[in-house]
Design a protein around this ligand. Structure first.
Ligand code: SAH
Length: 270
């Protein structure tokens, strides 16, 4: 279903101007960045990384990643660019060592500060949606977290910008991206992503990794013509919403699957 997005009265006619817990604290099913209504469930859970000794992850991770990608394919992710990107990024390096053995399960995992690394399916779904029938050259991500999704995006997009509002996570993402030698290809900012990056706009695609009650108008204004934004929207009940900019002041929106993300919050957490 597609219907036009009504810009908020506040932003109408305006131009582009426009808050450490221990690891795992606050992690629960209610902030798991997990899909709520899966379109497909494998008959049997694949025996994946969960059974491996974390010490062997480096050696076995490629195989586990291959299984993860195969699972994503079975769950309807078809874009080879996206599947290749997920195959290329060592997700186990983005989580605490104690969780590395679970890194290739289709699950959100705690990254500290009450936040989570998004489950692989959600990452694949969001990137596939904004890249469908197009090859975005410049992308903005809101909510860098540990940096995983930005690293995946960087496999298929030339210019990746990402913003994180929690200082400790911003630093964690920077460490991960440095280790993987991706820091020069991904511009990581500390700040409130609800404002976007007006000075660097427009973006061909915007991927929001945390759920707000509504999509910030500032982000819609920073989309290129024909560009796409995907974001979880809602509070207790959330849905992925795909928005396409179809004119200077018109956007079309489409509601996708039910999901559960951590909240999009204003301001920063030092
Ligand atoms: N992209 C991450 C997902 C991290 S979870 C991944 O690859 O797994 C979502 C992140 O959004 C959290 O780190 C949270 O701190 C951050 N966040 C929430 N509101 C934000 C805002 N207004 N600006 C920037 N980041 C925000």
């Amino acid at each position: 279903m597609r219907k036009p997005v009504t810009p908020s009265p506040f932003a109408k006619g305006t131009t582009n101007r426009f808050g450490r817990s221990s690891l795992g604290h606050g992690f629960s099913a209610s902030n798991s960045n997990a899909r709520v209504s899966p379109p497909y469930q494998p008959a049997k859970a694949p025996a994946a990384a969960g059974q491996q000794n974390p010490a062997n992850m480096g050696l076995n991770s490629e195989r586990s990643r291959g299984m993860m990608v195969e699972r994503l394919r079975n769950q309807g992710i078809q874009d080879p660019r996206v599947l290749n990107a997920l195959m290329a990024v060592p997700r186990h390096l983005f989580v605490d060592q104690g969780l590395a053995s679970r890194a290739y399960e289709d699950a959100a995992l705690p990254i500290g500060y009450g936040q989570t690394i998004s489950q692989p399916w959600v990452v694949a779904r969001m990137i596939s949606a904004v890249c469908q029938n197009r090859a975005p050259a410049k992308v903005l991500e809101i909510g860098a977290g540990c940096g995983y999704q930005a690293a995946v995006l960087a496999q298929l997009v030339n210019e990746v910008h990402t913003i994180e509002r929690v200082r400790g996570l911003y630093e964690l993402a920077r460490t991960h991206l440095r280790t993987l030698k991706l820091i020069n290809r991904i511009r990581l900012s500390f700040g409130d992503g609800m404002k976007g990056l007006p000075d660097l706009a427009p973006f061909d695609a915007i991927v929001v990794a945390a759920a707000g009650i509504e999509i910030p108008q500032a982000l819609l204004e920073q989309l290129s013509p024909g560009g796409r934004l995907i974001a979880p929207e809602g509070a207790a009940a959330q849905r992925l919403v795909l928005v396409e900019r179809v004119g200077a002041a018109s956007w079309h929106r489409e509601e996708l699957e039910s999901v559960r993300f951590v909240p999009l919050r204003a301001g920063t957490q030092p």
